[in-house]
Design a protein around this ligand. Structure first.
Ligand code: PLP
Length: 432
């Protein structure tokens, strides 16, 4: 492509296309990616960047994966899409069977949708419909601060009220109950006092609360924090005691990212409802799933409406299901536990010493997730240019420099990512 054409394309992009959370008048520069292969993104000028983000948790196997390409090609030549109302097909059946098999015991009924946020909306509808004819006062949700559950309105209402988007949409967003984020970190000694806030809230308000919704173990976009599995285990017990459903949003954590196939396994619990997305198709297509127990599904189905009130146009999209099947097969036949374990060790070795760095307030690692929390907010524009100059794709936000690379990343590539993080911390972008 000639330089001139590229300039024209980029100009159109800047003037007409919104990117995530950006301004139409002062957009930050965008990089033009031409192709991607393995752990590399190739820019249109030929620059190759090691991807530290897995395209926001999704590309767990990396890019241009032969088995996934093939699954999509084969499916596209048979049927790319067909409505799911009154029609079913093998890609969806096979996928739902796999999801029931690999998720915690007891999750048996699957609702397919098109994105993570929608799967959260569906989970919230399930919870409200579950209580509708049994205890119609239960229409609210309780959640933990620092959470992130998506950008649609139901999901936004349970995102962190301070770092989320609540102020902007006050008056429209449903008010919910918020408890303090779990105070005990993943590997700290457990203290029972960490449950007080949740218990107190449930004591006072359980008659209004349909469900507790949380991200199990890892709070992602709301702060990249890892909390103690005992919190999750006891939260499940409190939910049972107070007749409140538990929704586990595993959209970021699912499919091995934390070292367990699903983060709920750290606490050995089965939630009543589980949301999956992001890595479900290996990053190839947009697809999500909401799973629930037979009991919840039957209670909804025995209710006055008799049906779950949701049905997206692209529900069960065969192309997405086919590539999800191939991705899950690839994962389950790979040595992902070893890969994630190896990444975890290397991240610990490389990142933990950075707590001593003058610009760093915390360094933490869980599974194949590495997080550096900085003392000052990161200047995204400056940091982004520097990362790209140094040959990697890392996109920080706020005070968080974090990576969650594809599981196939080599030791050498991962050490480049970690070295670049160190170089950026050492750089002069922090000078005020
Ligand atoms: C990304 C994310 C979502 C939203 O998923 P989308 O596909 O972006 O709608 C919801 N919950 C969690 C935990 C996420 O990480």
């Amino acid at each position: 492509m000639t330089q001139k054409t590229n300039d024209t394309l980029m100009k159109f992009d800047q003037q007409h296309i919104w990117h995530p959370y950006t301004s139409m008048t002062k957009p930050l520069p965008c990089y033009h990616v031409d192709s991607a292969d393995g752990v590399y993104l190739t820019l249109n000028d030929g620059t190759r960047l090691i991807d530290g983000m897995s395209s926001w948790w999704a590309s767990i196997h990396g890019y241009n994966v032969p088995a996934l390409n093939q699954a999509m090609q084969v499916q596209a030549s048979k049927m790319s899409h067909v409505m799911f109302g009154g029609i079913t097909h093998e890609p969806a059946i096979n996928l739902c069977q796999k999801l029931v098999d690999i998720t915690p015991d007891g999750l048996e009924c699957v609702f397919l949708s098109d994105s993570g946020s929608v799967s959260v909306e569906v989970s919230m509808k399930m919870a409200i419909q579950y209580w509708h004819h049994q205890q119609p006062t239960k229409k609210k949700f309780v959640t933990i601060r620092n959470g992130y559950h998506g950008d649609t309105f139901g999901a936004m209402s349970v995102c962190d009220p301070d770092n989320g988007m609540h102020e902007l949409f006050t008056g429209f967003l449903a008010p919910q109950f918020f408890i303090n984020a779990p105070s005990i970190k993943f590997d700290e000694p457990w203290q029972q006092s960490a449950m007080q806030d949740l218990e107190q809230t449930l004591v006072e308000h359980h008659q209004q609360i349909a469900a507790l919704i949380l991200e199990p173990i890892v709070q992602g976009a709301g702060g990249m924090k890892f909390y103690h599995p005992e919190f999750l285990r006891q939260a499940k017990l409190l939910c049972e005691r107070f007749d409140v459903l538990l929704i586990a949003d595993e959209i970021a954590t699912g499919f091995g990212r934390t070292g367990k196939l699903f983060a709920c396994e750290h606490a050995e619990i089965t939630p009543d409802i589980m949301c999956l997305g992001k890595g479900i198709t290996g990053g190839y297509m947009t697809l999500a799933a909401t799973l629930t127990t037979r009991h919840v599904a039957e209670t909804i189905s025995n209710g006055p409406s008799g049906v779950l009130m949701h049905g997206p146009t692209f529900m069960g999209n065969p192309l997405a299901c086919a590539v999800a099947n191939a991705s899950i097969d690839l994962l389950m036949t790979s040595d992902w536990q070893q890969q994630v374990g190896r990444i975890e060790k290397q991240l610990q070795h490389a990142l933990h010493p950075l707590v001593e760095h003058k610009n760093v307030s915390d360094a933490r690692v869980l599974g194949s997730i590495g997080v550096i929390e900085t003392k000052q907010s990161i200047d995204l524009a400056k940091a982004q240019v520097l990362f790209v100059e140094l040959g990697v794709w890392i996109r920080p936000f706020g005070k968080l420099l974090y990576i969650m690379p594809p599981y196939i990343i080599s030791e050498a590539e991962l050490s480049t990512l970690c070295n670049v993080i160190k170089q950026v911390l050492d750089s002069d972008i922090w000078a005020k």
